[in-house]
Design a binder for this molecule. Structure first.
Ligand code: ADP
Length: 302
């Protein structure tokens, strides 16, 4: 099923009301209609709140710019949590580069709709939603105005039957503009953000912006991951420094946020991503897989 921008707008207007059955808390902000709120706005807010209420931990993966491996990290964090036995959802709202269907071999999979809900694509028990599932062809450029983009982000959280999850990992659009802003606003009460960067000094500027963005949004920074730090030789496994290293750790220390770790450039990561098999499944016994498994330790303690 392909949802056009027009349909997305229409759906915004016709979203079916649903009772909040998640809990009986009388202090929940979704219990009462707010002043100035229409009945439809109230029902949509209540539906969003009841969806979010059933997700224990919501983690946004951010980066200052594209191409640093944000989606790769998001996929692998989600997969690592899934392999650790957690109930995981993975939401790809990187509107201009929805690469997660390709990375997980889910291209062409259909998102079913019923009872006003979108059913996420199931990958061995992990629930996945990506704008990529709704594009007619992979090369289609998404040229939407701001309200359409924010509409689709809200829809993917509010109108998807996520059910009960331990973790929802959200692959946000890069930068600090309207789109990541909308992700963070919609995911009210999220545990925090994981910020992905590369080791060059110049990348630190973007990360500082991402950290300051999180602070303005009152979104805790769970930590910084430095991706592509050194190159793992496919023949001997030796790690060679490529860029000036250590920038991510220094910057994290300087900004007073946790440093979660470094992931090397590993040709097997790129190969797994291109061939549509999760790296952690295909190369489960590799050194890089062990590094990625280590990155989720602080997330398991949330
Ligand atoms: P972003 O989401 O930041 O735009 P992607 O996750 O799509 O970046 O990664 C861009 C490309 O880099 C992809 O082809 C991916 O496979 C590759 N890549 C990302 N991280 C690594 C890594 N650590 N080692 C090798 N290739 C990587």
């Amino acid at each position: 099923m392909a949802v056009t921008a027009h349909e997305t707008e229409q759906k915004e207007q016709t979203c079916a009301p649903a009772a909040c059955e998640t809990c009986s808390s009388s202090s929940c902000s979704a219990t009462d209609q707010q002043q100035g709120e229409t009945q439809q706005q109230f029902e949509e807010r209540r539906l969003l709140t009841s969806r979010l209420c059933r997700i224990k931990h919501k983690i946004v993966v951010l980066s200052g710019k594209g191409g640093v491996g944000k989606s790769t990290v998001a996929v692998n964090l989600a997969m690592a949590l899934h392999l650790a036995g957690k109930k995981v959802g993975l939401l790809d709202v990187d509107i201009h580069g929805p690469s997660i269907p390709t990375m997980l071999g889910l291209e062409g999979r259909q998102v079913m709709e019923g009872d006003g809900e979108l059913q996420p694509v199931d990958l061995d028990g992990m629930k996945v939603i990506s704008l990529g599932f709704f594009l007619k062809d992979q090369d289609e450029a998404v040229i939407w105005r701001g309200p359409m983009k924010t509409g689709v982000i809200t829809q993917f959280i509010r109108d998807v039957a996520w059910g009960d999850l331990d973790y929802l990992i959200v692959d946000s659009p890069p930068g600090t503009g309207d789109e990541p802003l909308s992700v963070c606003q919609t995911l009210e009460g999220a545990d925090g953000a994981v910020i992905v960067t590369t080791p060059q000094k110049i990348a630190a500027v973007d990360v500082r912006k991402s950290i300051s963005f999180c602070r303005q949004m009152n979104l805790p920074v769970l930590g910084v991951i430095e991706n592509m730090n050194g190159f793992v030789c496919p023949k001997c496994g030796e790690l060679t420094s490529v860029f000036q290293s250590g920038g991510g750790r220094l910057m994290a220390d300087d900004m007073g946020v946790p440093f979660l770790g470094s992931v090397p450039i590993d040709p097997q990561i790129a190969e797994a991503g291109d061939s549509g098999v999760a790296f952690l499944q295909r190369y489960a016994d590799s050194q890089t897989a062990a590094i990625i498994q280590g990155l989720i330790k602080p997330l398991l303690m949330l």
